[in-house]
Ligand binder design. Structure first.
Ligand code: PA5
Length: 392
């Protein structure tokens, strides 16, 4: 169950909110909103493949960047226990250009039983393309012809270099639907295959997402963010009190940053992991420039411990810390919304995925910007590509 408190720590109360017109515009356009349909037609094939992968490898390398890995990482990190290594272990590659990272990864998987999922909608993104070249080389040296049965490609259905390579080598393919942009693709094979391989229920993600769709709580939150932005609150901090939600906050930063930060507009998404960051950024939030609002993601724990010294449960202290921060920040001009999960599970995470995707989309319409492109990302790409030359 997901609960919302949008009002207690706010300066504004929305008497009326009517985003009907915005929704109508979205429904008319629907150009890149395939994610809204919550299509489950790929689930059975993904579950069958995931079962095969789970039974046949120790390490599953997921190679992608941006929307092609953040969603899977968000869900897997949120659901995994803090310590210990699950089988198969899921490791991520292709989201940086660090040679130390790549070299250490290749050493780490050298003697392990490995399978790889390369994910790129365009097939041309530099970071995963370079990382996958290393991984393909590694897999072919280690497994010879059998390598092709151990590599899974998630990419465009019709075009792209990754599709061509997958066809040439005979990798099993999964499709990134044409009408779903990278950062909205977690509930497609992009996110679902790694999540299923990690052993989590992709069906339950859809149960939660469908609940969010029918409850429509995102209207109020969308309008609230927009009103706060109009009051010059230009920065939204996603604050979590369970460290395993840190990657979920990273996914949120990409979703909102790439969808809404354009044309000189948009709320800058940042995040904190509390209570850790109360002892660093907390100072600024309380006393720094007045430009912030906060959205807390608070989750009840799966396991509790008694704290003898205070004669109460540790979860109570964590909750009291969260409430105290809301109160203090409110006094320090940081209005806050609280979103509570009764536990971290697939259903609640699926709920949040759809809730925030709707918010990113509806909020972009309020800003009158195109939510599904990211022209700003090309800035560094153009300069970098001009500096590096491909060998023929
Ligand atoms: O949200 C997006 O569209 C981007 O962040 C992409 O996911 C990211 O750039 C990776 O692109 P691709 O999957 O084409 O390699």
């Amino acid at each position: 169950m997901v609960k919302f408190d949008f009002e207690k720590f706010q300066y504004i109360k929305l008497e009326e909110f009517n985003l009907g017109a915005v929704k109508e515009r979205f429904l008319e356009e629907r150009k890149m909103a395939g994610w809204y349909d919550l299509d489950t037609s790929c689930l059975e094939e993904i579950k069958t493949t995931a079962k095969y992968i789970r039974n046949n490898c120790d390490v599953f390398v997921v190679c992608g960047i941006g929307g092609s890995y953040l969603g899977a990482k968000a869900i897997i990190d949120a659901l995994a226990p803090y310590y210990g290594t699950a089988k198969p272990e899921i490791v991520f590659a292709g989201y940086n250009l660090s040679s130390d990272y790549m070299a250490d990864l290749l050493d780490y998987i050298k003697d392990k039983n490995v399978m790889v999922n390369v994910i790129s909608k365009s097939g041309t993104t530099l970071e995963p393309a370079i990382a996958f070249d290393f991984l393909l080389d590694f897999m072919e040296n280690k497994y010879g012809e059998e390598a092709s049965n151990r590599i899974f490609a998630t990419t465009d259905e019709k075009t792209g270099t990754l599709l061509e390579l997958a066809n040439e080598k005979g990798f099993k393919k999964f499709v990134v639907p044409d009408n779903i942009g990278g950062r909205f693709s977690v509930l497609t094979p992009v996110g679902l295959l790694p999540i299923a391989v990690a052993g989590y229920s992709i069906d339950s993600l859809f149960v939660g997402a469908n609940n969010a769709k029918s409850e429509e709580k995102y209207y109020y939150y969308t309008q609230l963010r927009h009103e706060l932005y109009n009051m010059n609150k230009n920065v939204e901090s996603f604050d979590v009190y369970e460290p395993k939600l840190a990657s979920f906050a990273e996914w949120l930063k990409q979703l909102f940053g790439e969808s809404q930060g354009k044309d000189g507009k948009g709320i800058l998404p940042v995040s904190t992991v509390n209570t850790r960051d109360l002892h660093s950024l907390g100072q600024y939030y309380q006393d720094g420039i007045d430009m912030l609002f906060s959205t807390v993601l608070y989750a009840d724990p799966n396991r509790d411990l008694s704290v003898q010294k205070y004669d109460c449960e540790l979860s109570n202290i964590n909750r009291m810390a969260m409430e105290s921060v809301c109160e203090a920040h409110y006094k320090g001009h940081v209005p806050t919304s609280v979103i509570e999960l009764d536990r971290i599970n697939e259903e609640n995470l699926g709920y949040l995925i759809f809730f925030f995707e709707m918010t990113a989309m509806l909020g972009s319409y309020l800003l009158d910007i195109n939510y599904y492109d990211q022209p700003g990302v090309n800035g560094y790409k153009d300069i970098l590509h001009a500096k590096i030359k491909k060998k023929d």
